[in-house]
Write a protein that binds this ligand. Structure first.
Ligand SMILES: Nc1ncnc2c1ncn2[C@@H]1O[C@H](COP(=O)(O)OP(=O)(O)O)[C@@H](O)[C@H]1O
Ligand SMILES: [Mg+2]
Length: 264
């Protein structure tokens, strides 16, 4: 797609967001959203061999990586419960440190517990990979909801019969921080915050876009993914500045030499 075409698409999206948030349609959308019925959500199956290929080990019983994610899940859940936090922004310093792999594994691991409801939302509009890692291309997604083409229940997919609901994305959005500050996103965070369960947002890296800052007021806490041998001391200092005054759920050391993620 040429730069001009991208710019035109971006403009159309901006107009659509404005139209949806001003028009009558916004009112009906809001009404349907405030009564989100999860029994309407489409159920999908993930292929275990595909999931394993993309490092989604969280649901395996026989694996040291799965045990590490269970540890992360349990400690993160305890800390979140103690503080009354239900929404988590997962971020990192830079792309490629393992945010998406960590977000999905944490979500799968939390949802594997009995009676748990977990929502995983891909808000990395620069590098959406949840859909690819889960092998779920071609389903309804977040932008259907943002554009007002579908209600929230219709835009979600539920993994198998467990408690994990995903809001996928397959579109690259240039002006993503504007989108993250839009009324639709405020509504989305509000609805997820009100129906119970844990919400995990996979957001872009802290140091490569302002997206995290644009959305972080809508979440209770953040989980920072750092990768051994990749994250630099300088980046850590800059990230600490940007996270100042925000609640930190923890830090996950990913790609550690033992190939098992660690939680601090
Ligand atoms: N613990 C790990 N060990 C080895 N490779 C990993 C690990 N975690 C992630 N990866 C790989 O690193 C790449 C980037 O991971 P990803 O989660 O997409 O990063 P991000 O979302 O931070 O950009 C992917 O190819 C992923 O399979
Ligand atoms: Mg990612």
């Amino acid at each position: 797609m040429s730069l001009i075409e991208k710019a035109v698409n971006q403009q159309r999206l901006a107009e659509k967001i404005e139209e949806v948030s001003k028009g009558d349609h916004a009112q009906s959308l809001l009404k349907s959203k405030s009564s989100l019925d999860l029994s309407d959500v489409k159920r999908v199956t993930i292929d275990p061999s595909h999931a394993f290929e993309y490092r989604l080990a969280a649901t395996r019983d026989d694996d040291s990586v799965a045990s590490a994610y269970k540890m992360l899940r349990t400690r993160a859940a305890q800390r979140a419960k103690a503080n009354g936090w239900t929404s988590i922004a997962v971020t990192a310093m830079r792309a490629g440190e393992g945010k998406s792999v960590t977000s999905i594994n944490l979500a799968l691991s939390l949802a594997a517990q009995p009676d748990q409801k977990v929502f995983l939302v891909d808000l990395d509009f620069h590098n959406h990979s949840v859909v690819k890692y889960l092998g779920l291309s071609g389903h309804a997604h977040l932008m259907d909801f943002v554009r007002g083409n579908r209600g929230l229940a219709e835009a979600l997919v539920q993994i198998d019969n467990n408690g994990l609901y995903c809001l996928l994305n397959e579109e690259h959005i240039g002006d993503s921080s504007e989108l993250l500050m839009s009324p639709q996103m405020a509504d989305l965070a509000k609805v997820f915050g009100s129906i119970g369960g844990t919400v995990i947002y996979d957001l872009p890296p802290l140091l490569e876009a302002d997206d995290f800052l644009a959305f972080s007021d809508r979440v209770d806490c953040s989980l920072l993914v750092v990768s051994e041998g990749q994250t630099t001391r300088h980046d850590m200092r800059t990230a600490a500045e940007r996270l100042k005054g925000r609640e930190l759920l923890g830090v996950v050391l990913n790609k550690s030499r033992g190939d098992v993620p660690k939680y601090y």
